[in-house]
Design a protein. Sequence first.
Length: 143
Amino acid sequence: MIKPDGVQRCLIGVIISRFEKRGLRIDALKMIEVTEEIASVHYAEHQGKDFYESLIDYITSGPVIVMAVSGLSSVSVVREIVGKTDPKKATPGTIRADFAMDISRNIVHASDSPKSAQRELNIFFDDSEYTEYSKPDEEWLYS
């Protein structure tokens, strides 16, 4: 997900290109406004924590880009591309290190496991929103 600060700063294309250049395939993509109800489901594991309300306020503050990507080890590859949650600790060259300054405004969200990815994708997409295609000479990646 490209969070509201990433959308507002016009970083959509730059961020998406990093996933594509790495070899990941975008299977679903859309811009939405996250409601408080959706945000509470998405961030359910953080309910009761001191930062929960500010997290909900942030994710509902503007449009976001949600996307489903696939490829070999896609969850770990995406997490490598986005960098550590705290941009100050992220490796140079990652999205968060390059574009974010604060953990509370860190540009992107990435699922932390295949199980979390499936749960989160089910929040934002239904089956009809996915597109199947193969990239030239890479059909073996998706079979």
